[in-house]
Design a binder for this molecule. Structure first.
Ligand SMILES: Cc1ncc(COP(=O)(O)O)c(C=O)c1O
Length: 414
């Protein structure tokens, strides 16, 4: 019926996926009646909380007026304006997923520059289209030297031409970027401002500024993939948090309140190529009013600056509790926080890139994850992700993670 029994390969994980029947706020209930505090929150898509009442009311109201017009609705411009305020870029288009957002942003960059090649970082995930399904999580023994990685296809079925056009560099290595752009034939550097599929990997001081300067000097478009960071990193995204504005930003997940929404925004220089018809951007469901209604609710009523700050503060409390548990047991682990997201990385020192991540202790990370699942703590499957505290997690729900983590550590050191 379903290959691997799931609708997306991301939902397949060992020992078996949790099959869910109900979600509300920060709570989930599986088909066996087990209750969880959800810290996955749709890989960060449900920052507003499951079935946030304000989002629900907005969607219900829009249902009375239709779900799809395929001709513009007033509400579309409202969402574009709300995103422009937050992400400091003036022009926006909508998609239905993060994959489409990065695919279309890359096309805009190629159209704007007349160049074919792109650069991405090793280990980075930007969706499942060919250009970026390269060196997503390559086996290290096939990936070449750490400072000059070989592009490795991430799935069968990626065209060889896509591999040939994608240059792979380490994250947090501005010199590698400079080398990759030296021939002035690269359309775009696509990068998450904070890598959020290896736990959380922070940009080192000055890295994003260097990336901005180098791409500009080489006529390469800088694309920030903020599908994961987005409005969970702070009101203005990672773009606002670090004060570095790219040429194009890709969004999805958290802006849609749990409904399928992606978006990409850009400078006039980039987006004029859509306005003048050189770059064609299409999609039947783009900007459908149902999802736009959810986005207006999320962006203007639910995830306000005040609520976002309070949620980040709640996450900081959780982080502090985890820090003290780690310190008490002198564990070779540390926490990382970006806005409302956090993780525990099982390594002494902060990771700088994918290769550092591969050196972390996966066995203990898996043991912690499954220990949590068995005690009602639902973290993202696999060990690549981070928790998200949504605006609907109560203090008690947010801190439940720390108390179960404390139990795990007690058992570990007993
Ligand atoms: C950084 C990043 N970009 C793009 C995508 C693709 O988004 P979607 O799953 O909505 O296609 C993801 C998905 O996890 C992501 O983490």
């Amino acid at each position: 019926m379903l290959p691997l029994g799931v609708p997306s390969s991301l939902q397949y994980y060992d020992p078996h996926p949790v099959v869910v029947r109900h979600a509300n706020g920060a709570q989930m209930i599986d088909v066996d009646g087990n209750e969880y505090v959800d810290y996955n929150m749709g890989f960060g898509a449900v920052f507003a909380g499951h079935v946030n009442p304000i989002v629900r009311a907005a969607v219900e109201k829009q249902l009375d007026s239709g779900t799809l017009y395929v001709t513009p609705a007033e509400i579309t411009a409202e969402v574009a304006e709300l995103l422009a305020q937050r992400f400091q870029l003036p022009m926006w288009r909508f998609t239905n997923s993060g994959t489409e957002a990065t695919m279309d942003a890359i096309r805009v960059a190629r159209g704007a520059t007349g160049r074919d090649k792109i650069v991405k970082v090793e280990g980075g995930y930007h969706g499942h289209h060919d250009a970026v399904m390269v060196s997503m999580k390559p086996p290290v023994d096939k990936a070449g030297p750490a400072d000059n990685p070989i592009p490795v296809p991430s799935t069968a079925g990626v065209a060889k031409s896509a591999i040939a056009d994608t240059i792979v560099i380490p994250y947090n290595d501005a010199e590698a970027l400079e080398r990759a752009l030296a021939a002035h034939d690269v359309a775009a550097f696509i990068v998450e401002p904070v890598m959020e599929n290896v736990g959380i990997c922070m940009p080192q001081l000055g890295y994003l500024e260097a990336v901005r300067r180098i791409t500009r000097e080489h006529g390469t478009m800088l694309i920030f993939d903020e599908v994961k960071t987005g409005i969970t990193a702070g009101w203005g995204g990672a773009t606002g948090l670090f004060g570095v504005v790219p040429d194009l930003v890709c969004l999805a997940k958290s802006i849609g309140g749990g409904l399928p929404l992606g978006a990409f925004g850009g400078t006039h220089e980039c987006m004029n190529h859509i306005s003048n018809g050189r770059v064609v951007h299409m999609g039947t469901y783009n900007g459908n009013p149902l999802v736009m209604a959810a986005a207006v609710a999320v962006l203007s009523q639910v995830c306000t600056p005040e609520v976002t700050a309070a949620t980040v503060a709640r996450n900081s409390t959780l982080i502090a509790e985890c820090d003290s548990i780690i310190a008490r047991a002198s564990l070779p682990a540390h926490t990382v926080q970006v806005g409302a997201k956090g993780c525990i990385t099982w390594a002494e020192n902060p990771i700088r890139n994918y290769r550092d991540y591969k050196e972390t202790d996966f066995d203990i990370a898996f043991a912690q994850w499954i220990h949590g699942v068995n005690r009602g703590i639902l973290l993202p499957p696999g060990l690549d992700e981070q928790w998200l505290i949504s605006v609907m997690h109560t203090e008690e729900q947010a801190l439940r993670y720390a108390s179960v983590f404390g139990e795990f550590v007690d058992e570990l050191i007993a």
